[in-house]
Design a protein around this ligand. Structure first.
Ligand code: TMO
Length: 323
């Protein structure tokens, strides 16, 4: 290439930049702000969506937040997309805010989910009667730290009803709430290394199932009324005398502005549907195989091209962002 051509290109690019900057008619589509939260699969799947949107010429950015902030950020339009909304820990906010029109329900993933108390398989021999929750009443001292008699249950930052459940079911347990999925992973790995009894919050699909055998505790079966009607269930004075849903949904949520500003991107988000295997693989690529979140997303995309090509095709339109 000659200097002359290069110079002409620079001039040309500069001129185009000026023309585009000057006219509001050429204003670029605003950036789609994608929430990345505090457990691994959500971050990887956010990057999968982000890579697909970027390839469609949308401008995307990632906002790293604790799960609790998602509702305020989405309903105020400071964030646009939360790609993994879990029924067990997020149903209440999701249904309340979408009913009021403050956020938009962009449909379900194929995955069926569960979030619940969980223990590694070797714990069962130490506490006969598991997975029935009543076994935990007798075995509580096994799960005590430093000589106490009350057991410790390790939770993440997502689950709210644990203390209520402990009270309603008369379980001699205290809750130690950890910061995020990585901290849960550390206490689990440490306990397993020493074959020490542990009961902690876990969920499926997750990376854990690809490494450790284990089971969820079986509490009285969930019903909506268990949350609201004290008379329901074995404790007639208190709510939450039940477990979490066993066959929960997994949804996508977007900001109110999303469908109008980016209708084609919205059509794509509606079609994105991940299976249990997809989600647990996404988590395992990072937590077991050591990929970065973005590399894990690219790896998943490279291995699952027919799947995402079908989403793009079914969405059936070309990005506004590319215009
Ligand atoms: C929201 N989570 C999957 C960590 O339970």
């Amino acid at each position: 290439m000659t200097n002359g051509t290069a110079g002409w290109r620079v001039l040309c690019a500069a001129t185009i930049a000026v023309i585009f900057a000057a006219g509001p008619a050429y204003a670029a589509s605003p950036t789609i702000k994608i929430l990345t939260l505090d457990w691994t699969s959500q971050i990887v799947v956010s990057h999968i969506a982000g890579e697909l949107l970027s390839a469609q010429k949308y401008s995307v950015s990632y906002l790293s937040e604790a799960a609790d902030s998602q509702w305020f950020l989405l309903s105020s339009g400071q964030a646009d997309l939360q790609i993994e909304v879990w029924e067990g820990s997020m149903a209440k906010e999701m249904s309340g805010l979408s009913r009021r029109g403050l956020i938009v329900d962009a449909g379900d993933h194929e995955a069926v989910t569960r979030e619940e108390w969980w223990y590694p398989a070797y714990v069962k021999a130490q506490c006969p009667g598991l997975p029935d929750w009543r076994a935990l009443r007798k075995c509580a001292p096994l799960f005590a730290t430093a000589g106490g008699t009350r057991g410790t249950y390790y939770s993440g930052p997502w689950e709210k009803p644990d203390r209520a459940r402990i009270r309603a079911l008369g379980l001699p347990f205290d809750v130690v709430q950890l910061k995020d999925g990585d901290e849960l992973r550390s206490v689990l790995e440490e306990a397993v290394a020493q074959q020490r009894p542990i009961v902690l919050f876990n969920w499926t699909p997750n990376w854990v199932e690809s490494i450790y055998e284990g089971e969820f505790v079986e509490f009285p079966v969930y019903a909506q009324a268990c949350e609201t009607e004290p008379e329901w269930g074995i404790n007639e004075q208190l709510t939450w005398d039940c477990g979490n849903p066993k066959d929960g949904w997994l949804k996508k949520a977007v900001s109110r502005r999303f469908p109008t500003i980016w209708p084609c991107a919205y059509a794509l988000i509606q079609r994105i549907s991940l299976s249990n295997a997809d989600i647990s693989q996404a988590a395992a690529l990072v937590d077991v195989r050591g990929f970065s979140h973005q590399d894990a997303a690219r790896h998943w995309l490279a291995e699952n091209e027919p799947k995402w090509r079908a989403w793009l095709q079914d969405a059936g339109c070309v990005a506004e962002g590319s215009g």
